[in-house]
Structure formats: C-alpha cells, structure tokens
Design a protein around this ligand. Structure first.
Ligand code: NAP
Length: 311
C-alpha cells in the first residue's frame, strides 16, 4: 500500500491515483486521508505532489518519497531535516516537451516576432535584418535532464549553442561552461538566454542586475525554470533601458502572477501561465512505477535529491 500525499485539488488527485494505480497493478495507491492509523505506521514509500509536511511526518516508517514533479525546491524548503530520501521525477517525455517549448520560444525571438507584432500594431511595413540560425548564439543555463535535451534540440535546429552547469561537462555540439567564471563568459556571448536551472540558495536571484548586464545589447531571455532565479526589478530596468529586447517568462515569484504586476502590460514581456512543460501523468506514473518496482525487488532507492545542494 502506497499513499499519495498531496495538496493538489480533488480532481487532479483522482487523475494521479487512477494513473498510478494503472501503472502499478500490484500496489494499492490511496490518498493520505484514506489511510488508517495502522497503515500510516507501515508505509516505507510515498508518492508526493506538493505534500503537506505534517502528513509526511505522520508516516514514521517512511524511507523515501517519489515526487511526480521535476522541481523539488518547495518540499526541500518545507521539510526540516527529513529522515527519508526525496526522489524527483526525471522523465524523457518531460524533457522532450520542455525542449519543444524552448525551441518554439527561441524561434519566436530569433525570427523577431515581438518586433513584428509591434510593427503591425503601428501599421509599419519594415523588414528587419535577417540573422541566420548559426549566427544566433543561445546560452542555456542548466545542463541537467531538461537543459541538456533542450540545448541539443536547439543545436540540431542549426543554432550556435552553449550551456552552463555546476560541474564540468562535455556534450557534442554544445560549448560547455561551468562554475562561477563560466557564467560570465556564457552570458557575454548569449543573444538568447534560456534558464533551466533548479531554484536553490545558489541560483536564487542569480539573474540580477550585474549578471543581466553581461548579456550583449539587445539580448533576450527565456525563463522556464523558477521565477525567483530572476530579480524582477533588474529585469524590468534592463528592458526599459533597452539593454535587453524581450523576455519570455513562464514562471514567477508568485503564481498566478498578481494582476498588478508590471509584467502583464510590459510591451517587451511575454507572460505564460507556467505551461512550458507540464508533468504528464501517464508517463510520470510509469516512471514512478518502474522505480518503485525496482525498489521492491532490490531494496535500492533511485538517485536522490541532495537537500544541502538543493537539487
Ligand atoms: P536537473 O536535472 O537537476 O539539472 C539541473 C542543472 O542545473 C544541472 O546541469 C546542474 O549542474 C545545474 N546547476 C544547478 N545548480 C547550479 C549552480 N549553482 N551553478 C551552475 N549550474 C547549476 O534539473 P532539470 O530536471 O533539468 O530541471 C530544471 C528545473 O526546471 C527544475 O528544477 C524545475 O524548477 C524547472 N521545471 C520547470 C517546468 C515548467 O513547466 N516551467 C517543468 C519542469 C521543470 P550539474 O549538472 O553540474 O549538477
């Protein structure tokens, strides 16, 4: 018996329980609220989606939890010294969805669509200089499960792609930077910057006034990671000063974005409602099922999140 511990609404919870049960016919998946006191004492694994920390604390035998989401900053921040391990979702289907979004919005910026939309509003017939894909330099922050596939998809579409990670990487067709010095070098050469970093104590506010100023004049930004990685005031200032030309933002400090926020009406900002790569319950459930099946057979917990590192 495996509890599904979550603060998602009832209809979303029903979808997850249905898909998880279909993927694990040998297991019984129950919402946390349906567990008896005795069952709570026995669970060694739980499946979570934005769980209430108190619910997890009520499961004393828990060895690990499997999140059905890729980003785990919230569960890490909310749990004080957990006695169990946290496994996050790593799903090739999700990486493919994210790389599709990265390609779509990179093309939007690359082919000057924001500028042509403004020109149409002004009834202005004015072809802009054409830049070839190989001359458009894209920088991808984060070369993990999502960043790597996105960088490769951009390179396969002819762009000149570089990426940045914490540890050194060698990826065919991608110029790889790492560490603090590598960040400045990458920013200085990124006409379009794509953020796919996890939110951690090190990446919070990473895209501040100084780091944004390293981007070339007229550069654009895509943030598909987490809102708090960007200093909103610094970004708005750089857009107003025309140092940066456009930002495509899918994630925000506060979601839904407050109706008063300056991003909504800013001519150089595209606001998206956190849709770049939604978790797909069918493929996610299959991955969770496979990890739990492997654990049942071997006792081995899959690769876990490092709570100190934050991802
Ligand atoms: P991941 O596999 O953990 O990869 C993270 C990457 O960031 C790694 O390459 C890592 O470097 C790098 N990194 C982390 N901290 C760094 C630092 N301080 N300096 C330099 N590089 C650093 O994560 P993922 O699965 O690709 O997901 C990334 C994020 O996307 C998630 O955390 C989530 O917030 C976000 N996301 C958004 C959506 C959406 O719909 N908008 C959907 C899914 C996920 P190393 O390789 O050296 O470890």
């Amino acid at each position: 018996m495996i509890p599904f511990v979550s603060r998602v609404g009832p209809s979303e919870q029903a979808v997850w329980i249905k898909q998880l049960s279909a993927a694990m016919p040998d297991e019984i998946i129950l919402p946390f609220s349906a567990l008896t006191l005795e069952q709570r004492q026995q669970c060694d694994v739980a499946i979570v989606a934005n769980p209430n920390p108190e619910d997890l604390m009520a499961l004393p035998a828990l060895k690990w939890v499997h999140s059905v989401w890729a980003g785990v900053e919230r569960i890490i921040n909310e749990l004080e010294s957990p006695t169990f391990s946290i496994v996050r979702l790593v799903d090739a289907n999700l990486a493919n969805t994210m790389s599709e979004a990265v390609l779509a919005w990179t093309l939007f910026l690359h082919r000057d669509m924001p500028a042509y939309a403004k020109q149409q509003a002004d009834q202005l017939w004015c072809p802009r200089p054409m830049v070839q894909a190989q001359d458009r330099r894209i920088g991808v922050l984060g070369l993990g499960a999502l960043g790597r596939v996105s960088a490769q998809r951009l390179a396969n579409n002819g762009f000149s792609v570089a990426g940045w990670s914490r540890s050194e990487k060698h990826i065919e067709g991608i110029q790889c930077f790492h560490g603090k010095d590598g960040l400045t070098a990458l920013l200085r050469q990124s006409d379009i910057l794509v953020c796919l970093l996890p939110l951690t104590s090190e990446t919070k506010n990473l895209l501040n006034q100084q780091n944004l100023s390293y981007l070339p004049n007229g550069a654009s930004l895509i943030n598909f990671a987490r809102g708090a990685i960007i200093d909103d005031h610094a970004l708005l200032a750089q857009l107003d000063q025309k140092h940066l030309s456009h930002a495509v933002l899918d994630v925000f400090m506060q979601e839904p974005l407050s109706t008063e926020h300056a991003y909504w009406s800013h001519k150089s900002v595209t606001v998206l409602p956190h849709i770049s790569a939604p978790t797909h319950p069918v493929s996610a459930s299959q991955i969770v099922a496979s990890n739990i099946h492997h654990y049942r057979l071997t006792g081995l917990i899959p690769a876990v999140v490092d709570p100190i590192r934050g991802y």
